[in-house]
Design a protein around this ligand. Sequence first.
Ligand code: ZN
Length: 273
Amino acid sequence: MWGREDSIDPINETYIFGHDWESLSQMSKGAIFAEGLHSGHMVHGKGWKNALDEWFLKLKMRGSKPRIGRMQILARLGDSPETYVREKLHAAAMPPACCPNCQCSRRLQALGYYERGITSSGTPHYLRFQVRRFRCMSCRRTTSVLPDFSQPYRLIANHIIGSYFRGRSTSGSQQWSFLLNRYWNRFSDWLPLLAPKVRKDFRLRIPDDVPDRAWACLESGLGEIGIVTRELTIRSRITLFGAYLCHQPGRSKNEIIGIHTTVLLRVGKDPPD
Ligand SMILES: [Zn+2]
């Protein structure tokens, strides 16, 4: 859940997001509404706190109804966020040959773009960039084409995450050290489930209890972080940080929450909300 104070509009508002709140909360209000990325929204008028309580109650009572979600693929589109924005490479994103959900070929139609944020080299600010989307005319699920310098649902650019994971150093990225440390902990927590998938799908001898060695093994076996992430989403349908609905054809949200809950309970953490 995330609340924002809109600088143009003096009305305070609260948006309700799921596990991908960190990335979604960096998006513009227009993109959130256009994409329907929020689970709920309330303006802080009279009685909004009661409305918020009702939301908590609804979330507790929510059943297992599956929802048609978005699919996501990663593609090589420029070597940095700065190049991508400067050269407007979002417009060059092509639809995948087949729908990643139903595998139907030549049925994806351009749907427009959504906007998200990413860290920019050498500045404490983040850049906003456009992500192209397509809709499958067969199954109706949308597919977004995320440039592979970015990480699904993470604000920090891949090259910064990669160098932090390699050396655990925050030089040049001190303003992001809090988030980077969280990413590392998340990778470490997820490793007991990630490692068996990597051993099976890529035949790499990756340990499931030594994160530093596991990371070195992934980089030497598959390549830099953008390639590792792209390969993981294609072959294993996971990322370095978890399993997300947007990489699972035909899976319901509850199955994904089940995966997270199992591994996080195994390592003694609270299950995700
Ligand atoms: Zn489809």
